[in-house]
Ligand binder design. Structure first.
Ligand code: G1P
Length: 289
């Protein structure tokens, strides 16, 4: 299976940080966000990945390219661990890049990949979402798709006040984690949200989505929304949601990014203990203020 990683948005919620720097390249501990996404795909057995970029996103390609000079500096300095951390990036997967020339929304970004994907089911993994899970979340969806042949969306329950920031599902539970989707709505007003079960940013879709995208006019925010095209696809082919097993970190805005850094740093084998120690110290000092 191939994967599409849409990474073409402006990242306006991070300005001025993302004026020239893609939000997908923001650091989380020691790696840019998009490296986590590519690694999740690779762990799920996906080898062919198309990243949809835009005008100011060239550093994404550079990150997954070879850096001979830097490699030789590290090799000559016997800095093996650091060398290992960069030398395999160019062969993680077959990475392809396509530019979305106009930022017309997530749906339009996915549509740009249609020729590369062809007539097969494929995964969509948002370029700003990291998971910590035993089985990669995209693999969980691939397994549901293999069993059912249907498009399937990763879903997550979200606290009430945050539902308005998501695509929201009207869905009927089939078993423990599997739902039949009846409808989808992009960023509804709180009183219009059909549930608190939200679209979490990972999808396995049939190629029928491309025809649906062709027939999807601009929606929320004047952009072509993937969620609106999914509504059409569901009507034609049916659609499932999978409440995934694992934890999702959304690097969609500054609080989300800070929280991801903080929690992932606490889990980190090298930096975790140092951070806990520092938090204890700050706590102590606070008592004297
Ligand atoms: C996008 C999708 C939305 C989904 C969300 C998950 O919105 O349009 O349906 O719930 O990702 O992060 P965005 O966060 O790009 O505004």
């Amino acid at each position: 299976m191939k994967a599409v990683i849409p990474a073409a948005g402006w990242g306006v919620r991070f300005l001025p940080l993302t004026k020239e720097q893609p939000k997908e390249m923001l650091p989380v501990i020691d790696k840019p966000v998009i490296q986590y996404v590519v690694e999740e795909a690779v762990e799920a057995g996906i080898r062919d990945i198309i990243i949809v970029t835009g005008r100011h996103k060239r550093t994404i390609e550079d990150h997954f390219d070879r850096a001979f000079e830097l490699e030789s500096v590290l090799r000559n300095g016997n800095r093996q661990a650091l060398l290992d951390s960069i030398s395999g990036l160019h062969e993680l997967a077959d990475l392809h890049y396509i530019r979305q020339h106009e930022q017309r929304g997530l749906g339009d970004a996915v549509y740009q990949a249609r020729h590369h994907i062809g007539d097969e089911p494929f995964a969509v993994m948002l370029g700003d979402t990291i998971h910590v899970s035993e089985v990669p979340v995209v693999k969980q969806l691939m397994e549901v798709h293999a069993r059912t042949g249907k498009s399937v969306i990763a879903a997550e329950r979200v606290p009430g006040e945050k539902v308005k920031d998501y695509g929201v599902l009207d869905a009927v539970k089939l078993d423990d984690r599997l739902y039949e989707i009846r409808d989808l709505v992009e960023k509804p007003r709180p009183e219009e949200a059909p549930s608190d079960l939200c679209i979490a940013g990972t999808y396995v879709l049939t190629p029928g989505i491309f025809e649906c995208l062709e027939n999807t006019p601009p929606g929320h925010n004047g952009e072509v929304q993937l969620t609106d095209a999914l509504r059409l696809l569901r009507k034609k082919e049916g659609m499932l949601a999978w409440e995934f097993v694992g934890k999702r970190y959304d690097i969609g805005d500054i609080p989300g990014w800070l929280n991801s850094q903080f929690e992932l740093a606490l889990r980190h084998p090298v930096y975790g203990e140092k951070l806990r120690q520092r938090i204890r110290e700050l706590n102590e000092q606070e008592r004297f203020i």
